[in-house]
Design a protein around this ligand. Sequence first.
Ligand SMILES: *[C@@H]1O[C@H](CO)[C@@H](O)[C@H](O)[C@H]1NC(C)=O
Ligand SMILES: *[C@@H]1O[C@H](CO)[C@@H](O)[C@H](O)[C@H]1NC(C)=O
Ligand SMILES: *[C@@H]1O[C@H](CO)[C@@H](O)[C@H](O)[C@H]1NC(C)=O
Ligand SMILES: *[C@@H]1O[C@H](CO)[C@@H](O)[C@H](O)[C@H]1NC(C)=O
Length: 454
Amino acid sequence: MAFLGSLLALLTSTSLLGGAVQAASVIVPGAAWTDTSGNVIQAHGAGILKVGSTFYMHGEDKTHNSGLFRAVTCYSSSDLVNWSRQNDALTPIANTPISTANIVERPKVIFNQRNSEYVMWFHSDSSNYGAAQVGVATAKSPCGPYSYKASWRPLGAESRDMGLFQDDDSVQTAYVLYASDNNQNFKITRLDANYYNVTTQVAVIPSSTIESPGIYKRNGVYWLFGSMTTGWNPNPNKYWRSNALSGTWSSSSDIAPQATRTYFSQHTYTLPLGSNGVYMGDRWRPQQLGGSRYIWLPMSYSSGSPQLVWADVWSINVGAGTYTVHTGTTYEAENGSRGGASTLMDNSGFSGGRGIGYLGNGGTVTINNVQGLGRDQWVSLYYAVGDSTWRNVTVSVNGGGNVLVDQPNTGSGNTILSVPVKLNLRNGANTLVFGGGQSNYAGDLDKIIVYTQA
Ligand SMILES: *[C@@H]1O[C@H](CO)[C@@H](O)[C@H](O)[C@H]1NC(C)=O
Ligand SMILES: *[C@@H]1O[C@H](CO)[C@@H](O)[C@H](O)[C@H]1NC(C)=O
Ligand SMILES: *[C@@H]1O[C@H](CO)[C@@H](O)[C@H](O)[C@H]1NC(C)=O
Ligand SMILES: *[C@@H]1O[C@H](CO)[C@@H](O)[C@H](O)[C@H]1NC(C)=O
């Protein structure tokens, strides 16, 4: 039975991927994503560039856990899951605005067909964000290395968080999207034919305090995505809609249930793929910036406007432009057996209205009879942490060592988020213990979902 189950799972995933063989084939938001060398991917504040059938991802290297400039990385992939790190696209240059004492954020690259050249725009700033400039660098290949040209204030006004948009007209007119005037006014300004400089401001969204912007064009409609300004902390990200870049832009609306604060993420880029695009966001961890994670999710327009589709584990068929949100088996925490000081708690936010609190500091919950397939599997822990700081929870499988899983705060005690952990489950029944061997309190546990994928 279990063997048949795994055979079916393999067949299913193979057909989803159009013949590709197993390995990392799923997107797991919030997990530590690794590249083909096994290193944690450093591509924060990223953008995606597609050249032929290859995706290139340019992002910030935060290995040094600092906001200061270390490198703009470049990764390549044909499936958006299996990423190979290439040479760094842009590296610091002493005594310039892109030295290691300065800030380079949100790199975005577009291809200029007129010059057959890749052009990178980024937020170029001093360490206290006082310079508030854009920077530009160019290269003849997607990963460069890029030659730095200049940093300056577009049309003389401040520019902080920014994005780029390349339209689909015959000359591929491009625009820089940026938070200006002390982040109060959001501006859309046209680039010149080389994409080296700005020419004309085409729109201002006043008093809008937008960060991490990007525009996704769908069926002729422009959807602007961005966050509000709460520093590294998450907030409910928004969309604005317009039939023309010059406006009129709609007022803002949430792209995800407000309480989730965009599933603890900040938009960085919306990838045009399939009929709805893919949301790409950062789950920042300011105390440990290099450990910030990526939240990529499918989008739905079934309500007429864009909404994120939460998915613990999902796959994209890049060729067909379709996605599959995988399903798993749910085990409610309140069904487990409690140990120590843990408590059964009523919580309207929890599935079944109940969960287990006071885990850690001696409090545990044991979930028995968790069915496994004799290999690594993703397991999502649904929990709540009402604090302003993160917690963590230990998991032990069949008496083995504790695995520590970070739990970002969820904004309130009855807002639920999930975090993934890859566990090696034996074939058949497994016993999972949560909260053992930790002297701090874990989040309140609602349920776990066990997936067949790894
Ligand atoms: C991942 O990409 C590398 C480099 O392109 C390739 O050698 C490898 O076969 C790929 N693995 C999978 C599972 O697609
Ligand atoms: C951009 O254009 C403005 C106006 O022509 C000019 O003053 C400025 O030097 C240009 N900046 C760059 C980096 O070329
Ligand atoms: C919870 O326990 C009940 C009774 O043992 C069982 O029927 C049910 O399947 C369990 N559900 C989950 C989701 O754990
Ligand atoms: C686990 O979380 C607690 C806060 O609840 C923190 O003090 C501790 O450093 C965390 N442990 C690790 C290893 O991150």
